[in-house]
Design a protein around this ligand. Structure first.
Ligand SMILES: [Fe+2]
Length: 319
């Protein structure tokens, strides 16, 4: 067994307290938790191709993910101001060929304290916008972002507006109204999305399958997986042509990879591992390079491995 190196660590007491709480949640000693965090960070650094100079990893991770973290870093836990968030740019970012994203302040959960991610995926002749959220009308970032979307729509044969769960209906109806007169446009989602379409835009209801199975939607562009027991109103979306899966709320970017978001009181790690995770087994067996999350940074390499790790890991509290 290798001899461990001793190192005196100076650390902010409040950060140490957070690590102690984290260690207790995951049933580790604090030292073991620190080592776990560091190992995970080093592993992620290797996975993303980050070099010693640090540049390549940043490029691979994409500035989209960086922007999510940037607001957190700059505000250090306090409530971000309009200026904090406004300093972030909202332009479309290409994460990988055919995979683009942008961020905007979360509209409901904790207003303007969190940037969430929307995705624009080029799937054959279709442009798929997943959980699209536009910045507010008085936000300077809105116009340039819409110009970017206009350009992508102009090159597409059809537009598919895909909503992973009703809470993420967001700007789907606004975008439907903007583009449906110029090219074939559909909104896809759970029946609960209908209640959030306030101006009577039509909804293509995603067929619910048995837990763990998928329905092909959007004329073959995506597969919508039914997950959970009982079945959730959220459909993780797999895009075979892009080797990408997009999650709404079930799985979030956290701890250097992806993790279940523990939103249910009374359900612990064992429930997620034994009951919920098996319903994602079929999805996790797909050829996945990219795990795209609307909350937290995405995984942009070895996505299948990252998802398998998620299935075995304890859930996280996101906010
Ligand atoms: Fe959400």
């Amino acid at each position: 067994m290798a001899v461990c190196k001793h190192y005196l660590l100076r650390i902010d007491p409040s950060l140490w307290a957070e690590i102690e709480k984290w260690a207790a949640d995951e049933l580790r000693s604090v030292i073991a938790q620190v080592e776990h965090i560091l190992r995970d960070a080093v592993r992620r650094r290797g996975r993303s191709g980050r070099s010693a100079d640090g540049d390549r990893g940043d490029q691979a991770a994409g500035r989209c993910a960086g922007r999510i973290c940037a607001v957190r870093r700059r505000t250090s836990g306090r409530t971000p101001t309009e200026q904090d968030i406004g300093a972030e740019e909202a332009e479309m970012e290409e994460l990988a060929p055919g995979i683009h994203c942008w961020t905007a302040p979360h509209p409901e959960w904790r207003p303007k304290t969190e940037e969430v991610v929307s995705y624009a995926l080029v799937a054959g002749e279709a442009l798929a916008l997943v959980d699209p959220l536009l910045p507010a009308e008085d936000d300077a970032r809105r116009a340039p972002l819409l110009a970017d979307i206009d350009g992508m729509v102009g090159e597409a044969g059809r537009l598919e507006l895909l909503v992973t769960n009703p809470y993420h209906t967001r700007s789907a109806e606004t975008l439907y109204e903007r583009y449906s007169r110029t090219l074939p446009t559909l909104i896809w989602g759970h029946p609960g999305v209908k209640k959030r379409l306030t101006r009577l835009a039509p909804l293509e209801v995603v067929p619910q399958s048995a837990a763990g199975e998928a329905a092909v939607i959007a004329d073959g562009a995506a597969m919508a997986y039914t997950v959970g027991k009982p079945r959730r109103s959220e459909y993780p979306l797999y895009f075979p042509g892009l080797r990408a899966v997009v999650f709404g709320d079930a799985v979030v970017g956290a701890e250097g990879g992806v993790r279940f978001w523990n939103q249910s009181s009374g359900t612990g790690a064992a429930w997620y591992r034994d009951v919920f995770a098996p319903t994602l087994g079929g999805l996790a067996a797909q050829d996945i390079e990219y795990v795209l999350t609307t909350h937290g940074p995405p995984v942009l390499a070895d996505g299948r491995q990252a998802l398998e790790e998620c299935l075995a890991a304890p859930p996280v509290e996101m906010y």
